[in-house]
Design a protein around this ligand. Structure first.
Ligand SMILES: C=C(O[C@@H]1C=C(C(=O)O)C=C[C@H]1O)C(=O)O
Length: 361
């Protein structure tokens, strides 16, 4: 590139580059189709989607990126290219916590790209059922928020479900106050999901201390209601604002500036190692006091670090607790296998809920 190049010359160079990019994308799509044919020949019920392969590709793209385009942006573009390549074989159905416009839908699209069909479900148990029955290939469920903590409903589902965790999605959550009104003083009622109300508690106390707070099933549902009611506002995200044609009375009203929600991808597939993985375990101790130590000691002995631990009453007697533990590593790693063998002996119950790539995007 040189400064002496005219506008016309640069534009014709862009046209030629687009031509090459288009040709290369089609070559890539044909290669992905060839992979799919091999998978199908080996196993008619094969899973075309490979979370570990996609994660590894996206990581490589970020690592080798030299700019001027940013690594995150470049990875997002390739996310969409892979999504479109995969859709040539099988337009995947992804169940999410509806209605349309929720953060869970945004998480599903972030993880799988836009060439999938996202299917709204009414509840977290419905998402699990839709995937268990095979009506959807994967489901996306919220599991924890950096401000409000764990979403117990999701953890409880794993107790009885046969599904595995095959991915995680991290989403920065920005909440907006959405309304038909253009003046804050007109707002008498605020609708949202209880998590969103909790994540904006300080802002609400300061700016709308007298407004009634009404909990509904999702923030998208709140936005839908507010689209039909004057004097009210919803706390919801960008997608819901667009979908229900609401004005942003105040933007980014979450109390924590780095408010992040983690979502899990559930499916009927076990993800292979990607090189940077984590494993979620569900274990029950024999008794709470010494029991927890018996679970944690083998992890430390095998050099395995733990990124999260949650306890839940198991509902099978007063003294039994279930622990949900995230560890670094894949169930096929040797040190993880050795630690799991010890845990199996020490705990009353051990279920590996899944090994999956660390979120890349
Ligand atoms: C092409 C493959 O299948 C799918 C498509 C991919 C792609 O477009 O790069 C990557 C992983 C799979 O989800 C493969 O397994 O290599």
């Amino acid at each position: 590139m040189s400064d002496s190049e005219s506008l016309e010359q640069i534009r014709s160079r862009i046209d030629a580059l687009d031509n090459q990019i288009q040709e290369l994308i089609n070559q890539r799509a044909a290669a992905a189709q060839a992979v799919a044919r091999i998978k199908q020949r080996e196993d008619a019920d094969a899973f075309f989607y490979r979370p570990e392969r996609e994660a590894a590709i996206l990581r490589t793209i970020k690592q080798r990126n030299t700019g001027p385009m940013g690594s995150e942006e470049m990875a997002r573009l390739f996310r969409e290219i892979m999504s479109a390549c995969l859709a040539l074989e099988l337009p995947m159905r992804i169940a999410f916590l509806g209605p349309a416009g929720t953060f869970t839908q945004a998480a599903a699209l972030k993880h799988f790209g836009h060439s999938v069909e996202t299917v709204p479900m009414q509840s977290i148990p419905d998402i699990f059922r839709e995937v268990e029955s095979g009506n959807a290939q994967y489901g996306v469920v919220p599991v924890e928020n950096s401000t409000e903590g764990v979403i117990n409903h999701t953890l409880d589902m794993f107790i009885a479900s046969s599904l595995s965790i095959c991915g995680e999605v991290m989403m920065r959550i920005h909440h907006h106050l959405l309304s038909q009104e253009s003046d804050l003083s007109k707002i008498k009622r605020v609708y949202s999901h209880q998590q969103s109300l909790a994540q904006c508690r300080l802002w609400l106390d300061r700016n709308l201390p007298h407004a009634e707070q009404i909990t509904v099933g999702s923030n998208a549902e709140a936005a839908r209601l507010v689209g039909k009611e004057s004097g009210s506002a919803a706390i919801a995200g960008e997608m819901a604002a667009e979908l229900y044609h609401l004005k942003g009375l105040a933007r980014n009203i979450e109390d924590e500036p780095d408010n992040t929600t983690r979502f899990l991808v559930v499916g009927r597939q076990l993800a292979s190692p990607s090189g940077e993985d984590k494993t979620t375990l569900m274990c029950a101790t024999r008794n709470v006091a010494g029991g927890l130590n018996a679970l944690l000691a083998p992890l430390a002995e095998h050099g395995i670090s733990m990124s999260r631990i949650e306890s839940r009453p198991s509902r099978q007697g007063n003294w039994d607790y279930l622990f949900f533990i995230d560890i670094n590593g894949h169930r096929e790693d040797e040190n993880v296998q050795q630690a799991l063998a010890v845990l199996e002996r020490e705990s009353r119950l051990l279920k590996v809920l899944g090994s999956y790539p660390n979120a890349v995007l």
